[in-house]
Design a protein around this ligand. Sequence first.
Ligand code: GLN
Length: 459
Amino acid sequence: LATHFLDRIEGSELNAFLHVDRALTLAQAAAADARLAAGTAGALTGVPIAHKDIFVTRDWRSTAGSKMLGNYTSPFDATVVEKCLAAGMVTLGKLNCDEFAMGSANENSAFGAVKNPWDAKAVPGGSSGGSAAAIAARLAPAATATDTGGSIRQPAAFCGVTGIKPTYGRVSRFGMIAFASSLDQGGPMAKTAEDCALLLTAMAGFDERDSTSLTPEQGGVAEDFTRELEQPLTGLRIGVPREYFGAGLAADVELAVRAALAQYVSLGATLVDISLPNTALSIPAYYIIAPAEASSNLSRFDGVRYGHRAAEYTDLQDMYKKTRAEGFGPEVQRRIMVGTYVLCHGYYDAYYLKAQKIRRLIAQDFEAVLNGPNAVCDVIMGPVAPSVAWDLGDKTDDPVANYLADIFTLSTSLAGLPGMSIPCGFGQGEKNATRPVGLQIIGNYFAEAKLLGIAHQYQ
Ligand code: GLN
């Protein structure tokens, strides 16, 4: 199995993989074979998986898509990687992504863009574009990804695969190179919801090495995420947020999403019209909070402790300056500057504090419809992104156009809720007819098993 996928990776021109090492993979495969022979195998033993290059690995390089970490190899494995290895999974290598997971098109990788397997002219989405492209092109049957503001759901949608962003704190951030720590959440991507359920079961759980990992008292307990796969959908109330279907949503995406909703009605669900009034504010709030946290997290890349260091410099300040100017790409530099600015004394209250207040309002929007005795729906459904994948190069020089495309994924992240994307058809017209559309399913905290069951029953 490992050889099959390694051969496919070798023959691929999508640029989905950054680091592959056949000998290392085959050694892990041999160990899995031994477990199978000894009768100690689990459901995932011997199943190959590829990891987004934001998860550190002891045996493969870990660059986070950045020149800053171009030659970096970690002395340890991320918890998620450790857990996959403990389940007997076989690592295929490391996947391309936007630099430090900042982007929506995988065009911000220092190692080149990834192509969408459905249409080589289209972006795969981002920041986990390598993960989604690899699954879609059958270069890997499973992948890890991370979602800070949509980076699991949106590339899954653009590449027609399935991905789930768990409740914040479900999956350990230990060894996940940090972007915005209060938002970053790892999760699986695969072909089906059932595969994602098996993977999440292996990946999730409390980890004392991550200070925001959910403790057992907070609900961070081991769970079987396959348990609701066959749960009947009769009586399921699906909230359909008005704000997700307004102007700005492409007609072909709306058509595919509404057809998916109709299918759920035929499976016994009812649709409830809901409002998430602060949806539009998620963009300014996120693009203040995420850069603020990033500017702090990325201060560790100073040329002393990790990765790249400028070759020539006059003094320490000059070394920092040159190292960071050379090591970080334009989008990362932009975010460090925005983040530093909004955290400045004098601007903090006007920007950062205000964004935090909006974050609370956004969480309350969800709470009002999903939580407690007055809840009007069990889950929420809508589009993942306002359009299908756009052309490579289309929005490269327009950061704001990239940010605006995150409108339907950011609020879930700001609220810390679980959300997933499943393929629900294609766009329309000559150009879009082969570009996939994703259906987003959002649930209350800890509702992953329910989401996966609902996703599993879509045909
Ligand atoms: N597109 C968003 C950003 O650039 C989200 C990225 C992510 O979820 N990692 O910040």
